[in-house]
Design a protein. Structure first.
Length: 316
């Protein structure tokens, strides 16, 4: 049976949602172990076991920057244990560690995958191209381990009810000047649910007209207990912070309901939200590309439609 490792970064004391998505997929590919990076806890490790991991390699960087020491320790671990496949999420730390690990091992890393399989002694990945209009495949050549970076929301996170895994603490060696320290951390304030995990998202685009009008998005989202999102155009214009950007160079989301207000539907944005279960578009241009993927389209001025919608919700 193939050996599959999942790189899991701790977020707020628990394994990230992305790592749970990867664990769900890894169960179908072989025997699963987790490389857990963070302080760790019995609760966190129990969660990992529920998603199918039989073993956890625990690396706690403390106040050290993750990439250099973790990649160094992981390279030694890979040489000793020889896994067939290592899955990483398409996130900052994951990408940094995967790239350094590939350099240390002389291995190949494939990024932006939406699917992965192990067949015929090698790994094959699938990727969206032309904004998701077509799917292309890529197959590794050479010997394992195969390193794959997977896009968020490519797989649903689903527990299997497994027992708590065996935990093996791993030492992190000093690796020189690249082994920096975190002196201070700042957490961006937000209201409502986290964008990546929200069941309902209200997003605004350039059709809002100005940064001041983004308050319509925030007001509607608050009434719906939704997260707020944005297109790259208004992020680049400085109307909202980058943390709200949905799209190819922002966050990939897959909510139950996605409301796009004043969003034209540029391919850059569609890539990040087209898999939402229900898409509601509000735009005054009947030919806007967003309507080609919308389940419900409202042709109208967002400055008139949103206030009426907010009023109706407030009166319920």
């Amino acid at each position: 049976m193939a050996t599959v490792w999942v790189f899991a970064r701790e977020v707020d004391g628990a394994p990230s949602t992305m790592s749970l998505e990867l664990l769900t997929k890894a169960r179908d590919l072989g025997q699963v172990s987790v490389v857990y990076v963070g302080a760790g806890s019995e609760k966190a490790f129990a969660t990992i076991g529920q998603y199918g991991a039989g073993e956890v390699f625990h690396l706690d960087p403390g106040d050290r920057l993750v990439a250099a020491p973790v990649a160094h320790a992981l390279a030694e671990l890979v040489r000793a244990r020889t896994p067939d496949l290592i899955l990483f999420g398409q996130a900052y730390d994951d990408r940094d560690v995967a790239g350094r690990l590939a350099a240390r091992l002389g291995a190949t890393v494939i990024s932006n995958a939406i699917g992965v399989s192990l067949e015929g002694g090698t790994a094959t990945t699938s990727h969206e191209i032309f904004g998701g209009a077509q799917i292309a495949g890529a197959t590794f050549t050479g010997a394992p381990p195969y390193l794959v970076l997977v896009r968020p929301k490519s797989f649903p996170a689903s527990p299997s009810g497994g027992p708590a895994p065996q935990v093996s603490p791993q030492a992190l060696a000093e690796v020189g000047p690249a082994d920096g320290r975190i002196i201070e951390a700042h957490v961006e304030e937000r209201e409502g649910p986290k964008l990546e995990d929200a069941a309902v998202i209200v997003s605004g685009g350039r059709g809002l007209g100005s940064a001041e009008n983004y308050q319509l998005i925030e007001k509607l989202a608050k009434l719906l207990r939704a997260a707020t999102g944005a297109t790259r155009a208004i992020v680049d214009a400085g109307w909202v912070p980058y943390a709200k950007q949905v799209g190819q160079t922002g966050k990939t989301v897959k909510p139950e309901v996605y409301i796009a207000a004043g969003v034209s539907g540029a391919m850059q944005h569609l890539v990040g939200m087209k898999d939402a279960k229900t898409i509601i578009a509000i735009n005054k241009d009947p030919d806007a590309p967003i309507f080609t993927i919308a389940d419900l389209g409202v042709v109208g001025d967002v400055h008139k439609v949103l206030p009426k919608l907010i009023e109706a919700l407030e009166n319920r």
